[in-house]
Design a protein around this ligand. Structure first.
Ligand SMILES: NC(=O)c1ccc[n+]([C@@H]2O[C@H](COP(=O)([O-])OP(=O)(O)OC[C@H]3O[C@@H](n4cnc5c(N)ncnc54)[C@H](O)[C@@H]3O)[C@@H](O)[C@H]2O)c1
Ligand SMILES: N[C@@H](CCO)C(=O)O
Length: 348
């Protein structure tokens, strides 16, 4: 059985959920033909920990936030990301630190250090993918390793790989969808009578929101996802700043109630479309949808994306768009892709 050594960069909601699955459900991985061993963890709150024989996950998961890895063998109170990424005995670096919608840092550097030291990278962080995806993928190919990021769009719901693998023979001309779990959850809770701030607090407790939830509410999270989908699936070369973006911050409880009374539902819609002259235009904006619109019924943290194709018309995928365990699954699907690459396998 192959064993992959993992370095977890960021030990927040998503990477902790992955660590819990590795601790509690080893059979899930052995049935896939490999086992996972965590040999390094870094986090701003805890510092860094490197133990080549495998970290005792039950012990570190039991450590309260505010405690430090300092004092443990291989532990330090500093995150020491660069040293850990470059020098730990990891095969796969699992990047799940904060997303920066501005320059993608420090995650871009984390990914680059990993690739340049011959390690595969799996990440749920949208920043490096939206802002440096093409150059990092090229760097990975040149170094003979994989850079996988299924969780950057729609959490664990397969979108990027599914479109590449299953829609490959089609011409894709547009993608449109609900691509942020927090804002969709918040709009639904406002329909139920909560204030915007109360609904955001609930989404934070449920692990849906970004560390700074203005990214969810102001639309910059969806802007990154639209740029990723446009570049990956429509062959565009757009920067997130090319995506005209309006969030839901100005939608009031009255707007929501008024819309409901008129049979409409406010949704934050991200879209990228190929124009007849070949240009890709992309936007993020709140739209009050008619109740019979296919996206009007997408509720809670569920997301949906509709691909406009030449031979099939609209093909729509929906599923969880946020959540700790749901996003940890995206990392598992990326690790499966790494395993396929390492073994030269094509999984059915
Ligand atoms: N939670 C979700 O539903 C979800 C879904 C898809 C994608 N994502 C993305 O996955 C990533 C992780 O999400 P999360 O929910 O676990 O976030 P989180 O805020 O719970 O955890 C992030 C962790 O990273 C640590 N961190 C931040 N900067 C660091 C640095 N420079 N070095 C070391 N540690 C650092 C923080 O201390 C924190 O513990 C984010 O980029 C997020 O956008 C999250
Ligand atoms: N904060 C994001 C996480 C998934 O990218 C959301 O709510 O959709």
């Amino acid at each position: 059985m192959t064993t992959y050594n993992l370095a977890l960069i960021g030990f927040g909601g998503v990477n902790r959920a992955l660590a819990e699955l590795i601790r509690d459900e080893p059979q899930r991985f052995s049935s896939l033909g490999f086992e996972l061993r965590v040999v390094a963890i870094t986090d701003l709150a805890f510092g860094s920990l490197v133990q080549g024989d495998g970290i005792d996950l039950a012990a570190v998961l039991a450590m309260p936030r505010g405690s430090s890895f300092d004092g443990l063998p291989g532990g330090s109170s500093d995150p020491r990301n660069e040293e850990v990424i470059k020098n730990s005995p990891a095969d796969i670096v699992v990047e799940a630190t904060f997303t920066s919608p501005v320059d993608g840092e420090p995650a871009v550097s984390h990914v680059r250090w990993a690739i340049e030291s011959g390690k595969h990278v799996v990440t749920t962080n949208k920043g490096p993918v939206a802002l440096q995806g093409t150059s990092l993928s090229k760097l990975a190919a040149g170094n003979g390793v994989r850079f996988e990021y299924e969780g950057a769009v729609m959490s664990g719901t397969p979108v990027i790989r599914l479109a590449h693998k299953m829609l490959g023979g089609l011409e894709l001309n547009a993608v449109q969808g609900i691509l942020n779990g927090t804002s969709n959850y918040v709009l639904g809770r406002m329909e139920a009578g909560l204030r915007l701030d109360e609904a955001i607090a609930e989404a934070q407790n449920l692990g849906y929101a970004e560390a700074d939830p203005t990214a969810d509410i102001g639309g910059s999270d969806v802007r990154l996802k639209v740029a990723i989908l446009a570049n990956e699936l429509l062959g565009a070369t757009i920067h997130p700043s090319d995506v005209h973006t309006t969030g839901i911050q100005d939608i009031t409880s009255d707007d929501v109630a008024q819309a409901l009374a008129n049979g409409l539902r406010w949704k934050l819609i991200g879209e990228a479309r190929r124009e007849s002259d070949g240009r890709i235009v992309a936007s993020v904006q709140p739209i009050a949808l008619e109740a019979d619109h296919p996206l009007a019924g997408i509720s809670g943290a569920t997301n949906a994306v509709s691909f406009t194709t030449d031979l099939l018309g609209a093909v729509t995928v929906s599923g969880p768009g946020a959540g700790r365990v749901e996003t940890a699954y995206a990392l598992i699907s990326d690790i499966i892709a790494v395993d396929d690459f390492v073994k030269g396998a094509v999984r059915a």
